[in-house]
Design a binder for this molecule. Structure first.
Ligand SMILES: O=C(O)CCCC[C@@H]1SC[C@@H]2NC(=O)N[C@@H]21
Length: 199
């Protein structure tokens, strides 16, 4: 049977042990990428989204979303896995919408992978761009309204549309394009290598 995900083709996702190893490895990869950042305020530019795209595109929707849920759990437990070594407090800070949205982002990328849409560079880059765009829905909804509804205070809560654009969206758009193309190149190269190995 044809493997639907790259992780399945390379190491298999058939046993619980393999799935746990993938989830653990995925969270470590994302945590490392989170430390590569340019500390813009209030939202840093980081390599998290590149790592999340690669995880989602490689693991598929279910395991990708589980990996991101595990990543959030690690941070909630106090591990310094978020940007700039942050942990639990970030889950109610200005970037919390992005953090929770990472689960959705990995799921969207993984869904396309599960459907076989991530074999060519162009289609994979388009999928990665769509998943990157979807992330801004929770990313912006959080400071715009959700944090206030959740009873969270802060200068960034209920901020203006202009500030949302200049703090939460605009600085990252070019990077999203670059990260999407890199993720697509990595994943399609992975598929080529996996196929060459099979002969
Ligand atoms: O606090 C965290 O660990 C999350 C940081 C979120 C950064 C967001 S993700 C989308 C956008 N692209 C970036 O490079 N930075 C922001």
């Amino acid at each position: 049977m044809r493997d639907t995900t790259l992780a399945g083709a390379v190491i298999g996702q058939d046993s619980l042990l393999k799935q746990a190893a993938l989830v653990l490895g995925g969270t470590m990869f994302i945590a490392l990428a989170a430390q590569v950042s340019i500390p813009f305020f209030p939202v840093p530019l980081t390599l998290q989204t590149l790592a999340i795209l690669i995880v989602g595109l490689t693991f598929g929707a279910r395991l990708g979303a589980v990996t991101l849920a595990a990543y959030l759990a690690e941070g909630a437990m106090g591990l310094p896995v978020f940007a700039n070594g942050a942990s639990a407090p970030a889950l109610i800070g200005p970037t919390a919408g992005f953090l929770f949205g990472f689960v959705l982002m990995a799921w969207v990328a993984g869904l396309a992978a599960d459907r076989g849409l991530t074999r060519g560079v162009v289609s994979t880059a388009v999928v990665a761009l769509v998943a990157s765009a979807v992330l801004y829905i929770p990313g912006v909804a959080w400071p715009m309204a959700v944090a206030e509804l959740a009873g969270i205070g802060g200068k960034w809560v209920g901020t203006s549309a202009g500030a949302l654009w200049s703090g939460w969206v605009a600085p990252f758009l070019l990077g999203d394009v670059v990260k999407s193309v890199i993720a697509a190149m990595v994943v399609t190269a992975g598929w080529k290598a996996a196929q060459a190995r099979k002969g």
